[in-house]
Ligand binder design. Sequence first.
Ligand SMILES: C[S@@+](CC[C@H](N)C(=O)[O-])C[C@H]1O[C@@H](n2cnc3c(N)ncnc32)[C@H](O)[C@@H]1O
Length: 237
Amino acid sequence: MEISDIKKVFFVPDHDKYTPVKDEEAEFMYNLINENKLKNTLEVGLGYGKSALYILCGALKHNKNVDYKHIVMDPFQSKYNYGAIANFKKLHVENQIEFNEEYSHFVLPKIVQSNRKFDFILIDGGHKFDDQFVDFYYADLLAEKSAFILFHDTWMRSTALLVSYIKTNRKDYKHIHVPLRNLCLFQKISTDQRDWLHFKEFYSLNSFFRYRLVKWFNGESKSVQYLLKFKDYFTRK
Ligand SMILES: C[S@@+](CC[C@H](N)C(=O)[O-])C[C@H]1O[C@@H](n2cnc3c(N)ncnc32)[C@H](O)[C@@H]1O
């Protein structure tokens, strides 16, 4: 299945047009999966199924195994009028998707218990820090050696902090540069060797400033006061 086949059928209503990943982000996933011949794929958060379609088709391009299923989960599909399922049906790939209509914190531990492993995992579900931290925690347990874990929405402070946590605390993951600002890619390169006392600070000033700017753009005037306080502090003689 080619990218042009997906583009022909994919539909998202205008009022939700910012929900899916962008074309170049989706194409990046398709190519990463196809070029690295990744076979077992999983995704948290479905929306209208755009990333799911690109991940699935990227895997199907080199993987002719009819039993292959891309695993997805989302408890809120009814809010999207099951738009993802409709998109899968339009491309006749609905039987190659394992859809779990539940929160990731219910689905992921069950998959861990089933001993399945994955070589590509996209985390794009709940975006609060704790949602994403829990998703990463389980994704790590599900990751095959050399697996890729991809985060979307790195503009958000919650995601930026999680990225910072992995970079500073998880030497078993390598950060791989991606030429797209809103994606962050890690590859598992070894096993987790931390001892029980291990902890490194991962607070990042960069994400603090970005967060305050985003809040300001979204109408929170208090953010200006925070930013000015910082300016005062750093310009004090
Ligand atoms: C930004 S959308 C994902 C978009 C998708 N990657 C795409 O390209 O179309 C986030 C999705 O995560 C789902 N979600 C929110 N909290 C979740 C959770 N705890 N577990 C699983 N999915 C969740 C939402 O219902 C929403 O569909």
